[in-house]
Design a protein around this ligand. Structure first.
Ligand code: ATP
Length: 349
């Protein structure tokens, strides 16, 4: 662990002072992590991995190994105890996989069949299909938020650079910004950039750019309410900590959950923290779609018509107030399934 940290820092050309400054950790502590006399906390491991470009899993495994060894030492019963621990962890791991309901498991199976079919025809992917589907995504996501542009008008603004008479500057900017945010998540996918705080803030910044410059790319400092919902998002002073937990949750689940479940749950968690004054829904849907694209799926396009919106909001409310995420996960799985079927239909399969 100490060698991992020191080597990565030196490779990045950073001094311990600089690491300390960026992460807000005492410089003496950084040196102690590197000479093995102190152990970082889990939150510090996440920050260090992200700054120094060390794979989170590698660093966590090294960290946990040392923590376990420190606790159990070289006791003669240690090995026996370790075997029992292994069994318990394996059991809880399989039961967490089993905890997916029958309905959800079934639809995930159907989705994976559709995806493998699509994988065979990826060579038919065309720029034009992608362009049309992304335009529909911008249209629907902005419609959810209340933008009144039609699909045709959205096309004229994005592809012809026209302005629509009677529509506000804000509505035009929302369309343009959302298209740019889609281009951005595709760029992140191409670069294989893992989800992290900087990227979530950048996505949000693109969404509110030119509309609400003071809040674009910044967490809120005030309490917010969600229109039509009895759920109250966390107090502003809790937002930064909840976001830290959000990224830790992502890192610890990214390799174990089905990608659809991972993407949907990230969406639900982000929009439940509601870290921004505005643009939470659009940002969360983009984060979900980044995860889907990174895992070879297609954009899940939640529709903005009345019925779809009500279903979307109700499923979120159930997750938040009844501690039951099943409806929301199933809702997103259904949307992804429809998006895959539509894609296959377009390419004639
Ligand atoms: N209980 C809930 N009921 C309804 N919406 C909720 C709930 N919890 C979270 N949300 C999310 O809040 C979003 C609205 O938040 P906000 O107005 O900040 O986002 P937006 O991007 O500006 O708008 P929108 O998401 O409507 O496009 C909803 O789209 C939904 O994703």
């Amino acid at each position: 662990m100490k060698t991992l940290l020191k080597n990565a820092r030196e490779q990045k050309g950073l001094k311990t002072r600089e690491v300390a400054q960026i992460l807000g950790i005492d410089q003496a502590l950084i040196s102690k992590f590197e000479n093995g006399t102190r152990k970082p906390t889990k939150e510090q491991v996440l920050k260090l991995a992200s700054l120094l470009g060390i794979d989170f899993e590698t660093l966590m495994v090294a960290w946990l190994k040392e923590k376990i060894l420190y606790e159990i030492g070289q006791d003669e019963f240690a090995l026996k105890a370790m075997n029992m621990v292994r069994e318990e962890i394996e059991n809880s791991y399989t039961s967490s996989k089993k905890s997916l309901s029958k309905n959800l498991s079934a639809i995930l199976g159907e989705i994976d069949i559709l995806k493998s079919k699509l994988d065979q025809f990826r060579k038919f992917d065309s720029y034009r299909i992608a362009q049309a589907l992304e335009l529909e995504y911008t249209f629907e996501s902005n419609r959810i938020e209340g933008n009144t542009m039609t699909l045709r008008e959205t096309d004229l603004v994005v592809n012809e650079g026209l302005t629509i008479s009677g529509k506000s500057m804000r509505e035009h900017l929302e369309v343009i910004n959302h298209q740019e945010a889609i281009a951005y998540i595709k760029h992140l996918m191409d670069k294989n950039t893992p989800l992290n705080e900087r990227e979530v803030l950048s996505i949000h910044n693109l969404i509110l750019r030119g509309i609400n410059p003071e809040d674009a790319g910044r967490y809120r400092q005030v309490q917010v309410m969600i229109k039509g919902s009895s759920f109250m998002p966390p107090q502003p002073f809790l937002v930064a900590k909840e976001m830290e937990d959000f990224f830790i949750w992502y890192e610890t689940h990214k390799n174990t959950l089905h990608p659809i479940v991972l993407a949907a749950e990230l969406h639900e968690r982000l929009v439940t923290i509601h870290p921004f004054i505005d643009g939470n829904g659009r940002t969360s849907r983009l984060v979900m779609n980044l995860i889907l694209l990174q895992n070879g799926y297609v954009i899940a396009n939640i529709k903005g018509d009345y019925d779809s919106r009500i279903q979307y909001y109700n499923a979120l409310e159930t997750a938040q107030t009844k501690n039951n995420k099943e409806d929301f996960l199933f809702f997103i799985a259904q949307i992804e399934k429809e998006s895959l079927e539509r894609y296959l239909e377009i390419i004639g399969q």
